[in-house]
Ligand binder design. Structure first.
Ligand SMILES: NC(=O)c1ccc[n+]([C@@H]2O[C@H](COP(=O)([O-])OP(=O)(O)OC[C@H]3O[C@@H](n4cnc5c(N)ncnc54)[C@H](OP(=O)(O)O)[C@@H]3O)[C@@H](O)[C@H]2O)c1
Length: 351
C-alpha cells in the first residue's frame, strides 16, 4: 500500500533552529481573523525528566487541526497563552519510569506541538501495529480524522446503499476520508467541493468522487445544481456558510445534513450566517445533526475493523500532505487554514 500522491504545497520557512533541547510551541497573542506566525513562539527548555509512573516520549508525528484555530480564541477550554499547546501526536517512549510504558513503544497522545512529552499510561493510547499500515495512518484515516468521517456516515447520516452525497471541504482530511469510506460503504453519486482546480482533479482522479467543483467559481447554489442536477440524499458539511444553504436547497425528501465543522467562519466570525429556506426542512422532512467525535471514541475498534482490511488490500489509500520538520509545525497549521493541504496534514520529524 502506498499513500496517494497529493499535490505538494509550498510551506514557507518559519521556526527555530533545532537543538538538542526540548522545544514547545506556545501561543503568544489572540488573533483577529487569520492567525500569523507572530501569534506563536517556539520556546526552548531542557528535556524533561519523567516522574515515577510516567515516561518521556520523543515525538515523531504531529497533527495540526482546524479545532486549534477555534481554541486560539478567548473561549472556555481554549488555549492559555504562553503555555505549551496541545494536539494529537505519535511518539516513541525513550525513557520510562513505569512498566506500562516500555522504552521503544510507539504511543498516541494529546500533548503535541512539542518535541518531547511526559505522559502517564492513562494519557496515551497504544498503537496496534497492523501489517503494512504506515504510522501516519493513525493520525489520518485510523485517527480522529477517519473516525469523524466514519461516525458522520454510519451514525449521523445513517448511510444507505445508493445514497447520493455532497461533501464540502472534500479534499481535506475529513473530506477525503468521507469520500473513500462512502464509496466502500456503497454510496451512490459523490459530489465534492474544494478550493482549487488541482484539488478538484485529485477528488475525481484519486479519491473516487464522481464530480467536484471549486467553490470559488460562482454562487454555491448554481455550482451544486450543475454538479448534482437530480439532488442529493446526504450533505456532509465541513464548511457551513453558503454551501450549507445551497445543500438545503438540493436535498431530496428525507435528506440528512451531517454538520461536522464550520471552517468558513473560524477566521471570519463576522461573516453573515447562511440564508436558506427554513420551510425546506419541514416540507422535505430533512434532518440536520451535528456531533463531536470526542463523544464517539468507543467506535475506535469498529473503525479499525472496517478500515484496516481495506488499507491492507489497497482498496483504501491515504490522502496526506506530510510536512517535514517540527520547525515547520506553525507553517503547516497556517497553511492548512489557507487550504494548502490535500488530505490530512501531518508534520513529521526529520527522518
Ligand atoms: N465534529 C468533529 O468532531 C470534528 C472533528 C474533526 C474535524 N472537524 C471539522 O471538520 C472540518 C475539516 O477538518 P479537517 O481536519 O479535515 O481539515 P482539512 O479539511 O484537512 O483542512 C481544512 C480545509 O478547509 C478548507 N477551507 C478553509 N477555509 C475555507 C472556507 N472559507 N471555505 C471553504 N473551505 C475552507 C481548506 O480547503 P480548500 O482549499 O478546499 O478551501 C482547508 O484545506 C473542519 O471544519 C473541522 O473543524 C470536526
Amino acid at each position: 500500500m502506498s499513500p496517494t500522491a497529493c499535490p505538494r504545497a509550498p510551506f514557507p520557512s518559519y521556526g527555530p533552529v533545532m537543538t538538542e533541547n526540548a522545544i514547545t510551541v506556545q501561543q503568544t497573542a489572540r488573533p483577529h481573523g487569520f492567525p500569523t506566525t507572530k501569534d506563536f513562539a517556539f520556546v526552548e527548555s531542557a528535556i524533561p525528566d519523567p516522574a515515577v509512573g510516567s515516561a518521556l516520549v520523543e515525538n515523531l508525528y504531529w497533527s495540526v487541526d482546524p479545532y486549534h484555530r477555534e481554541m486560539m480564541d478567548d473561549v472556555p477550554g481554549g488555549f492559555a497563552l504562553h503555555t505549551p499547546l496541545e494536539g494529537r501526536a505519535l511518539g516513541r517512549v525513550v525513557a520510562s519510569r513505569t512498566p506500562e510504558l516500555p522504552e521503544g513503544e510507539i504511543v498516541f497522545h494529546r500533548q503535541g506541538w512539542r518535541t518531547h512529552s511526559v505522559v502517564r499510561p492513562d494519557e496515551i493510547r497504544k498503537i496496534p501495529r497492523f501489517d503494512g499500515v504506515p504510522l501516519t495512518a493513525y493520525l489520518s484515516v485510523l485517527g480522529g480524522t477517519g473516525l469523524t468521517a466514519y461516525v458522520g456516515l454510519t451514525r449521523i447520516a445513517r448511510l444507505r446503499e445508493g445514497d447520493d452525497l455532497f461533501v464540502s471541504a472534500a479534499a481535506g482530511g475529513v473530506g477525503t476520508a468521507t469520500g473513500r469510506f462512502a464509496r466502500l460503504l456503497g454510496a451512490g453519486r459523490l459530489v465534492g467541493s474544494a478550493g482549487s482546480a488541482a484539488k478538484v482533479d485529485h477528488l475525481t482522479r484519486e479519491v473516487g468522487y464522481d464530480t467536484a467543483f471549486d467553490y470559488h467559481d460562482g454562487p454555491a447554489a448554481e455550482l451544486l445544481a450543475k454538479a448534482a442536477p437530480d439532488g442529493i440524499d446526504v450533505f456532509v458539511d465541513n464548511v457551513g456558510g453558503e454551501q450549507l444553504a445551497a445543500a438545503v436547497g438540493a436535498l431530496r425528501e428525507f435528506g440528512r445534513i451531517v454538520r461536522i465543522g464550520t471552517i468558513s467562519r473560524y477566521n471570519t466570525p463576522d461573516a453573515p450566517p447562511p440564508h436558506f429556506n427554513y420551510s425546506d426542512i419541514v416540507e422535505k422532512s430533512l434532518r440536520m445533526e451535528g456531533f463531536l467525535v470526542s463523544n464517539y471514541r468507543d467506535l475506535q475498534d469498529e473503525l479499525y475493523e472496517f478500515a484496516v482490511p481495506h488499507l491492507q488490500s489497497g482498496r483504501l489509500a491515504l490522502d496526506q500532505t506530510v510536512v517535514d520538520g517540527f520547525e515547520h509545525i506553525v507553517d503547516a497549521f497556517l497553511g492548512m487554514l489557507h487550504g494548502k493541504n490535500t488530505g490530512k496534514i501531518i508534520v513529521r520529524d526529520h527522518p
